[in-house]
Design a protein around this ligand. Structure first.
Ligand code: PLP
Length: 221
């Protein structure tokens, strides 16, 4: 069941788009089934849950953190996390840098950009991002690597609105890359698209899609 869902999603991916299987709230057996079907990148959004799952899965799994991350929890995941998608404050980025240094590694991070119309979504506004990057301090951090942007579209059936938001995100990505990261090939990831909108996100230039319920079914909250 999970392996069939996984293959169905993979069949719709464009070359160059990577799939993050969002396994939050699903038991380890479900992750193992996806792993056995070839999936290696898993996305989790709660530190405690990730901490429980991480030691139970094979060591070649790449763990991505996709949820709101509290600064006081960075230390738990810093030694092993492959990518943090959801950096939404400078304070959080500074703490990831500090914990990266302690763990002796450089931690890849995406800056979460707020594009949706909803008030509740975390993230920097495009203006805030331009301002922070113009100051230049965060690009100098030694133990974080700013690898791109992450965003979420408005939760709506209005495909035109979703497409416009993703298109704007892609334009911002290109603009930021050109302006601040022209000498940094590592700034190359645009994480956008979930079960309901990843096909649109892909058409609008996403490089990482975060798909949960289409693979694992509905979550039990
Ligand atoms: C839960 C979650 C997803 C996956 O959502 P689905 O609709 O189940 O595919 C993607 N991104 C983030 C940030 C999430 O929290």
């Amino acid at each position: 069941m999970i392996s069939q869902n996984l293959n169905r999603v993979k069949d719709t991916l464009r070359p160059g788009t990577q799939l993050v299987a969002v396994s939050k709230y699903h038991p380890i057996e479900a992750l193992q089934e996806a792993y056995d079907a070839g999936q290696r990148i898993f996305g989790e959004s709660h530190v405690q849950e990730l901490q429980q799952k991480y030691p139970q899965m094979p060591s070649d799994v790449e763990w991505h953190f996709i949820g709101h991350l509290q600064t006081n929890k960075v230390k738990y995941i810093a030694p092993y996390i492959s990518l943090i998608h959801s950096v939404d404050t400078v304070k959080l980025l500074l703490e990831i840098d500090r914990q990266g240094e302690k763990a002796g590694r450089c931690i890849p991070c995406l800056l979460q950009m707020h594009i949706a119309q909803e008030e509740t979504k975390y993230g920097f506004s495009p203006d805030e991002l331009m301002e922070i990057l113009s100051q230049g301090d965060i690009q100098k951090l030694k133990n974080v690597q700013i690898a791109g942007l992450m965003c979420m579209a408005t939760n709506t059936d209005d495909e035109e609105l979703i497409r416009n938001e993703f298109r704007m995100a892609h334009e911002m990505f290109d603009n930021i890359k050109r302006t601040f990261f022209s000498a940094a090939p590592g700034f190359c990831q645009l994480s956008m698209g979930m079960s309901g909108d990843y096909l649109i996100a892909q058409e609008e230039g996403s490089t990482l899609v975060r798909v949960g319920s289409m693979i694992f079914g509905n979550r039990v909250y």
